[in-house]
Design a protein around this ligand. Structure first.
Ligand code: FES
Length: 140
């Protein structure tokens, strides 16, 4: 089978879908090749991500990886969220087909983009903390 059970589960029943009206970090990233878009909403209090939601016009792998990524950062510190890699998300999902690995970068970048927005709102330059947010390449 091409996709793991966990990928199917998170695709058919994605966690944390929606918007947070009073989010204090909102990120949006797009995939250059496929045109898929992801929006990530964070509610941060005292350096902890107390709530996270996402919306995507994306493929199944993008949905499953963002769903898993939101579960992995909810309740965690900003520092922990910054350490989240697409590789860790893919591992938590028991893998993805090679051509779909790039889709998982969308989730990682959306989290970083939202954290970048959070720091910008505080008047802090996000670049030294969050790093650059690149264009996601997807092989489709
Ligand atoms: Fe566009 Fe997966 S994110 S095909």
């Amino acid at each position: 089978m091409l996709y793991s059970e966990k990928v199917f589960d998170h695709f058919s029943n994605p966690r944390n879908v929606g918007e947070i009206p009073d989010a204090n970090g909102i990120g949006e990233v797009g995939n250059a090749k496929c045109g898929d878009i992801m929006k990530m909403y964070l509610k941060i209090e005292n350096g902890i991500i107390v709530d996270v939601k996402f919306k995507t016009f994306g493929c199944g792998a993008a949905i499953a990886t963002s769903s898993m990524a939101t579960e992995m950062i909810k309740g965690k510190s900003i520092d922990d969220a910054l350490k989240l890699t697409n590789k860790a998300v893919v591992e938590a999902l028991d893998g993805l087909p090679a051509v779909k690995i790039h889709c998982s970068v969308l989730a990682e970048q959306a989290v970083k983009s939202a954290l970048s927005d959070y720091y910008t709102r505080l008047g802090v330059d996000p670049l030294p903390i969050v790093g650059p947010i690149g264009v996601v390449e997807c092989e489709e």
